[in-house]
Write a new protein. Structure first.
Length: 80
């Protein structure tokens, strides 16, 4: 028994999915922050992450990245 040929509509399923996924690391991080849920995390991890982000923000090449890093570091500090 043979399977019927796929119509044009079935072949298009899945196309464009990559456009829904943020391409840059900054956009991916911002998308992840949007979907945060409360989970237990060791405070030392938060401190280390905040320090690393603050240091990286000082040398970030563009303003949107610098702002995202600073905002994320602030969120981590407030979570502590």
């Amino acid at each position: 028994m043979s399977t019927p040929a796929q119509g044009p509509r079935e072949r298009g399923i899945g196309r464009g999915v990559s456009t829904l996924i943020p391409q840059s690391a900054t956009d991916q991080a911002m998308a992840a922050l949007t979907g945060l849920q409360t989970v237990p995390v060791h405070v030392g991890l938060l401190q280390a992450a905040a320090l690393l982000l603050e240091d990286a923000a000082r040398t970030a090449a563009d303003e949107p990245t610098r702002a995202a890093m600073a905002r994320t570091a602030g969120m981590l500090r407030s979570a502590m």
